[in-house]
Design a protein around this ligand. Structure first.
Ligand code: NAD
Length: 263
């Protein structure tokens, strides 16, 4: 039981296909006590049975990260019900539809700001607000994608947000290291989730990844879950500021390994 005695909050479960669910489940299976959040009323009912399954029916809180008062209320709820916590999983991203297809240069300032606010700034704000209740050996984990490092068709605005998120992880890791807080990201390969459905031609991304990754397949939320559990557990006690790829090795490829007929 690698997570026995650990308490954590997981933000970003929309359903059982969510990466956040995979991470929460892996942590729970290893003995962690959890609290989870839902975005709005629409998700509250859907999350009740998931919270039940994860052993945290009484710790299911609302948290729309675009509303500072909900982040503050989350801290109060956690303090009341949990006292201290040992880890935060931030598995949240959003970009308006116009930012996920079409011409990159047409993206409006409004869409840009929304994506940066929800997908990047929320990591800073949630961590800052919850810092007073973080234990002195704690871990923060967020989720990124390779489209923040290299061009990926249609990932557009989210690519820019992920680039900012990855640097945010590094600056936060330095800033919070002296307080015993580690900050890391998992860069996951493509997985069919609710968020992924918003990205233009996502099925092509899945096909391309499976065809060109060294493992020759796509990855699962269980695999991201296990790696996420490692990054919030004491097993990774000397790891911080890291972007850890869980992508079947796709990111190491400079060229697809295809054979050409020389004739
Ligand atoms: P998902 O739709 O299951 O999860 C996204 C979550 O973000 C949802 O629970 C949604 O409610 C939440 N969210 C959106 N706006 C919010 C707000 N204002 N306040 C609070 N929560 C909000 O999809 P997912 O694929 O599991 O996404 C989780 C994370 O993983 C995201 O950061 C995503 O970019 C990242 N990621 C996904 C993939 C993939 O292919 N699915 C690959 C790499 C990284």
């Amino acid at each position: 039981m690698l997570m026995k005695g650990k308490k954590g909050i997981v933000l970003g479960i929309a359903n059982k296909k969510s990466i956040a669910y995979g991470i929460a489940k892996a942590c729970r299976d290893q003995g962690a006590e959890l609290a989870i959040t839902y975005l709005n009323e629409r998700f509250e009912k859907k999350l009740a049975p998931i919270a039940e399954e994860l052993g945290c029916a009484e710790r299911l809180y609302p948290c729309d990260v675009s509303k500072p008062e909900e982040i503050k209320a989350l801290r109060e709820s956690l303090e009341r019900d949990f006292g201290q916590i040992d880890f935060i999983v931030h598995s949240i991203a959003f970009a308006p539809k116009e930012g996920l297809s079409g011409h990159f240069t047409d993206i409006s300032k409004e869409a840009f700001n929304v994506a940066m606010d929800i997908s990047v700034y929320s990591l800073i704000e949630v961590t800052r607000e919850l810092k007073p209740i973080l234990s002195d050996k704690s871990a923060v984990l967020t989720l990124t994608y390779y489209g923040g490092v290299k061009y990926i068709p249609n990932y557009n605005l989210m690519g820019v947000a992920k680039a900012a998120l990855e640097m945010t992880v590094k600056y936060m890791a330095e800033d919070l290291g002296r307080d015993g807080i580690r900050v890391n990201a998992i860069s996951a390969g493509p997985i069919k989730t609710l968020a992924a459905a918003g990205i233009g031609d996502f099925s092509f991304m899945l096909k391309w990844n499976a065809a060109h990754a060294p493992l020759k397949r796509n990855i699962t939320i269980e695999e991201v879950g296990n790696s996420g559990m490692y990054l919030v557990s004491d097993l990774s006690s000397a790891v911080t500021g890291e972007i850890h790829y869980v992508d079947g090795g796709f990111n190491i490829m400079g060229m697809p390994a295809v054979e050409f007929d020389e004739n």
